[in-house]
Each structure stands twice: as structure tokens, then as C-alpha cells.
Design a protein around this ligand. Structure first.
Ligand code: 5GP
Length: 206
């Protein structure tokens, strides 16, 4: 199936800077909408239901899985996360450009469903830098950091399955790279024809 707009999927190991990059991109690009996921994990800090995630119980998540309410879902760090069909269909119906910030398993599922989705993988510049970023964040215990690093060693190998790879060494450079990917996708023939249909008709281009 083709998504009738531009669909971007960003994945990365934790600590690679994915959330900050996507947040900065959304502030710069008002045509891009973030899809809010469902999760079984509890809210952290200032997180708000419906804005950061739809926080649901294990039973609610089970029911959504049973009723095929998710386009994709996955187990990540001992919790479950999923992209609801309803959220995607609402955006599809208006042809909006959507960005999904999800883990690599979900990203690969989305690519299988929507062949025209653009997948982007963010890499840290080195293991040392990733460790330092996780430590600086101060969110996790030493044990959790070790688990995240061990997971990251597996996750980085997934970069090979993605359309684009960004190495987040400098935040500004990585943001520029992400903006470039979004912009280039919008300039593709099919995307331009969809977005600028009257111009194409006036020029009598099929
Ligand atoms: P966090 O709990 O730190 O917000 O997210 C943990 C991981 O789950 C991150 O890699 C995040 O991108 C991923 N994630 C968030 N929403 C979804 C989703 O709907 N589906 C999948 N597969 N992963 C998600």
C-alpha cells in the first residue's frame, strides 16, 4: 500500500538523540505531524496523555492488539508500544505528512505496509559518545545504562535496513540532514504531482 502523503519513520538506539532531533524538526516544519503512540509504560516527568503518548493499561493494550487496532507494535525495553490505525488513518484521510518516532522493529513493519514510507536511522558517532550521552542524561542507573548499551550494539546493525542514515555527531548538522531528507522526499515527482496538482494540470502533465 502507498501512503497518500509523505510518511517518515525515524528510529535509533536510545541516547542517539532521536527525540531531540524530531522535536526540533517539528518546531521548524509546520506541515509535519507527529503520530502519538500508545504505550503500556507509565508517564515520566512532564509527559501528558494524548500529547506524548496515549498511556494505556496492559489490558487495554491487549484488547487493541486483539481487535487489530495497531498498524505496528513492538516490545521495547520491557514495555509495549504501538502505532494505532486510527491515528494513521485520520492523517491519511487529509493527506498530511506524518513522522513516526518509533523503534527499529516498528519502522521495518511500517516499511512493509507502506512501501513509500521513508525510513531514517540515527547513529551515534561512537560507543564512547553514546555512553557519555546516556550518563549525562542522568535518567538511568549504571545497570540500565549497561543494558541500553548492550541493546544498542544489536540495534545499530539495523542501519543496513533503512533508506537513510544520519550520524549524530553535531546536533545542527544532524538536524540539517534530517531536514534535507524531508525536503528531498517532497520534491520527488509523485509527491510534487500530488501536492501541486493544479500546476501539473495547467501544464498538462500526467
Ligand atoms: P520511550 O519509553 O523512551 O519513550 O521509548 C522507548 C522506545 O520505544 C523508543 O525507541 C521509541 O521510539 C519507541 N517507540 C515509541 N512509540 C513507539 C511505537 O508506537 N511503536 C514502536 N515500535 N516503538 C515505539
Amino acid at each position: 500500500m502507498d501512503y497518500p502523503g509523505n510518511l517518515f519513520v525515524v528510529a535509533a538506539p536510545s541516547g542517539a538523540g532521536k527525540s531531540s532531533l524530531v522535536k526540533a524538526l517539528l518546531e521548524l516544519d509546520s506541515h509535519l505531524q507527529l503520530s502519538v503512540s500508545h504505550t503500556t509504560r507509565a508517564p515520566r516527568g512532564q509527559e501528558k496523555h494524548g500529547r506524548d503518548y496515549f498511556f494505556v493499561s496492559e489490558d487495554e493494550f491487549d484488547n487493541m492488539v486483539k481487535s487489530s487496532a495497531f498498524v505496528e507494535w513492538a516490545h521495547v525495553h520491557n514495555h509495549r508500544y504501538g502505532t494505532s490505525k486510527k491515528v494513521i488513518e485520520e492523517r491519511m484521510s487529509v493527506g498530511a505528512d506524518v513522522i513516526l518516532e518509533i523503534d527499529y522493529q516498528g519502522a521495518l513493519q511500517i516499511k512493509q505496509i507502506f512501501g513509500n514510507a521513508v525510513t531514517v536511522f540515527i547513529l551515534p558517532p561512537s560507543w564512547e559518545e553514546l555512553r557519555q550521552r546516556l550518563e549525562r542524561r542522568g535518567e538511568d542507573s549504571a545497570e540500565v545504562i549497561e543494558t541500553r548499551l548492550a541493546n544498542a550494539a544489536v540495534e545499530v546493525k539495523q542501519a543496513t535496513n533503512f533508506d537513510f542514515v544520519i550520524i549524530n555527531e553535531s546536533f545542527e548538522r544532524a538536524l540539517f540532514d534530517l531536514k534535507t531528507i524531508v525536503h528531498s522526499q517532497r520534491l520527488k515527482y509523485l509527491a510534487q504531482r500530488r501536492a501541486k496538482a493544479p500546476t501539473f494540470s495547467a501544464l498538462e502533465i500526467d
